[in-house]
Design a protein around this ligand. Structure first.
Ligand code: UD1
Length: 376
């Protein structure tokens, strides 16, 4: 019996970066797989979606659900209903669904599939911030609870899943596909010479990304963060590519002018993958609330200050270059001073963050889904 079709679901910016190496590994498998790509449409702007497909060499999706933005309930419901319809109507029944990361599309697609009796593999399973006020934490808990194959990206993931009673036979440490993409694209990203084009001193500026609701949706917090970034700019130039949500909030609060008043502050639209990686890789330090940036800076050995009270990626702190500064912006300024003085932890490599995670995912699914098919 053949393997049938596998569906890989993507919806938002970080999903595209994680999907690209998986698609490549399955395309190049010795015995080919029929892989269909489903784009939920959670992110839809050219700069949030199409540019990533283009730069990462991702083929056009087999299906687009066009769910767009909305409240959590609306968006989740649209993916759930849309993906269920897709699975019911597609001429070749899905043999398995791969979901990646922790966005609303991840959780909703996993739920739709398991309710139809289709097995789910979750890439980046087991991450826990232990902070249920974070929408992604709910998505992670639900996705891992229903997934059949849990593909773990960082050491804490295995422990977290064991603690939740998930049998070890379903858990596989495969490493980090985000780093697969980074390694694959680093030369192309550097070739863009982004810092030079923006007149920024190589290895002499801070790279900033902020988009979490807990930072940008609360007016008082956003106001404090703007003042913090202005203080950083007094020490070192800052480049700040803005997620549309962040730009919207800054505009609503009239804070764009306060930011641009500082010389040395370079505000930009959301950037493509290569531009972002190019800017990050030649920065002196990163300031972020993104999960991906915490991992990428750890791999690159660049100091990273995380403006969140916790992280679901503790190895970036324990082994890597990340410091979780939470609400303590004085501490963050102290870290910036230390980094400028050359006093900051260097970090050590993390197991499986080596450019081959997608190949290990392929091998796990060869051993579960493909073998199960042959034995049935
Ligand atoms: C989502 C994920 C978050 C991830 C982030 C990466 C959830 C709960 N959140 O957050 O985990 O880190 O993506 O970017 O799934 N918007 C646009 N154009 C777009 C997409 C969004 O303008 O193409 C604006 C809309 O105003 C929208 C807002 O951004 O309401 C938020 O988008 P949404 O996908 O709901 O959440 P993100 O903040 O992007």
């Amino acid at each position: 019996m053949g393997i049938g079709c596998i569906d890989l679901v993507v919806g938002a910016r970080p999903n595209f970066i994680k999907a690209a190496p998986i698609l490549r590994a399955f395309r190049d498998a010795p015995v080919p797989w029929t892989m269909r790509l489903v784009h939920t449409g959670q992110h839809y702007d050219e700069g949030m979606s199409a540019i990533f497909f283009d730069q990462l060499g991702i083929p056009a999706p087999t299906a687009e659900l066009g769910v767009g933005s909305g409240t959590h309930g609306e968006q989740t419901a649209r993916v759930l209903a849309g993906f269920e319809q897709y699975l019911l109507q597609t001429p070749d029944r899905s043999r398995g669904v791969i979901v990646v990361g922790d966005v609303n599309s991840t959780m909703a697609a996993a739920l739709a599939a398991v309710k139809l009796g289709i097995p789910v593999a979750h890439v980046e399973a087991g991450l826990r911030s232990f902070d249920r006020s974070m929408p992604e934490e709910i998505n992670r808990l639900v996705t891992d609870a229903v997934a059949d194959v849990l593909l773990v990206s960082e050491p804490s993931g295995t422990e977290n899943l064991a603690r939740e009673g998930i049998p070890s036979t379903r858990t596989h440490y495969v490493g980090n596909v985000m780093i697969d993409s980074l390694i694959h694209s680093l030369d192309a990203a550097r070739a863009l010479r982004m810092a030079e084009r923006l007149d920024l001193p190589a290895n002499g500026y801070a790279y900033v990304t902020l988009h979490r609701p807990s930072n940008v949706d609360l007016p008082e917090r956003l106001d404090r963060l703007v003042r913090f970034l202005n203080s950083v700019t007094k020490r070192i130039p800052v480049v700040f590519p803005m997620h549309p949500r962040t730009r919207q909030r800054l505009e609503e609060q009239g804070l764009i002018r306060a930011l641009t008043a500082e010389t040395g502050m370079h505000l930009m639209q959301a950037q493509g993958y290569l531009e972002s990686l190019g800017l990050m890789s030649s920065s002196l330090l990163a300031i972020t609330d993104s999960g991906g940036v915490q991992e990428e800076t750890t791999f690159l050995g660049i100091p990273c200050l995380t403006l969140r009270p916790n992280t679901e990626r503790p190895s970036t702190v324990i082994q890597g270059t990340n410091t979780v500064v939470g609400d303590d912006l004085e501490k963050a300024l102290g870290c910036v001073a230390n980094i400028l003085d050359g006093r900051y932890k260097p970090g050590v490599p993390i197991e499986g963050w080596d450019g081959h995670a997608a190949e290990r995912i392929l091998s796990v699914l060869e051993g579960t889904w493909r073998l199960a098919d042959h034995s049935s």
